[in-house]
Structure formats: C-alpha cells, structure tokens
Design a protein around this ligand. Sequence first.
Ligand SMILES: [Zn+2]
Length: 227
Amino acid sequence: MRRLKIILGVIAAATLLGLVHVLLPSQHNPFRRPDLTEPMGLATYGKLTKLKRDERLCRQVLSAAGVEYSILPADEAETSCRLAETLVLERSLTPYNATPLRMSCHQMAALYVWERNIARPQAEKLFGSPLRQIETYGTFSCRNIAGTATRSQHSYANAIDIAAFVLEDGRRISVQDDWRARDRSGKYLKRLHKGACRLFSVTLGPDYNAAHADHFHLDMGRTEACE
Ligand SMILES: [Zn+2]
C-alpha cells in the first residue's frame, strides 16, 4: 500500500511538472529553447547566459531572429589579445554609427534583445518616435579596464560602449548630456540602463565612475554588476 502511494505521488508530481512545462510561457521557462524574439521574462537572462556555453545554438537563435552577421576567423595577430572566432554585426533592428562591430555571439544576442525589448519600444513610448540610430564607441579593443591590470571584456570582443541614441524626429539623447536630466531624455536613459541590467552580466553607467560619464558599458563577461 505504501509503495502504491509513493508510485502515485511520483506520477502526480511528474504530471504536474509536465503541465507546468507545457503551460508556462517560454520566456519564463528555463528549459525551453532560447528564442530572441519572445518577450522578456523570468528565464531571459538565464537563457542568454546559456548561450555563452553553446556557440552553435547561439548562432542559430541569432539567425532565427533575423540578425545578420559574418564570421571572423580566430585572430592571433594581436598577441596580447588573442581572439577565438568572433562575429561581426551586419544588420540588427537598429543601425549603429560605427562599423564593423566585432562581438562574441552571446554579446550580440543580448544586445539584440535589449534593442528589441527596451531601447526601441521605450523610444516610441516616451517620445512617440522610432529609434533611428545607436551611437557606439565600439566593441573590440585590446586593453585593460581603465586604471587596473585586469583585461577589459572589450579585449574579448565581449562588450559594447554606447554613447547616444538618435530618434527619427531628429532628437539626440546622449549619456553625457542627459543622464541626470529630469525630463523624458533622462527617464529614457534610466530605463535603458535598468533594462540592460536584466540582460547583460555587467551594466555600467555614469553613476559607476567618471570613466563612464559619457557611455553605458554593457558586457557578457563572467562577473555580474549593475551600476
Ligand atoms: Zn566599455
């Protein structure tokens, strides 16, 4: 009798888990395949993190989302910053002012999700104007974190510095000028920073230190920070 109860209990638990798996929307379900076009949810960060360990899956989900990229072979030329095979962003949802943007696959995936769910819809919501361009200081750069002996995530093509946003109506919102503004521009930048913290491993802005007074640093490295 006791054994029967245990068996029935196991069947009930398995059925319940199966139901949760089927009914839980994919963005909240860490066991579902990553999909960069689904809304953000409880499992989004975990799924983006999973892409760090699965390059093949990462490239598949980027392509499935319509992100266009080319593949750069491993680069040993810069001896202090040897790079494994990386991607170059060809086309995302929003044009960038600087090219080429060389990035790891998972960094490109997080950037796409941020554009899609935060940067673009918030521009429409706060200004009623689509986002025309994102201004960046670049991605790959063989250097240390300013003032330290530690390699920056930029030296692994695993980070991007973002300085400003240009809207279709001509308005330009820059981290340097508008971060502390008590208007829609300030609110826009705060929302973008907060949203980035839900997607990237590290999000740094002007409140972090003077070196970030004019840009957001977003990376998918091993540490985690939201400042
Ligand atoms: Zn940076």
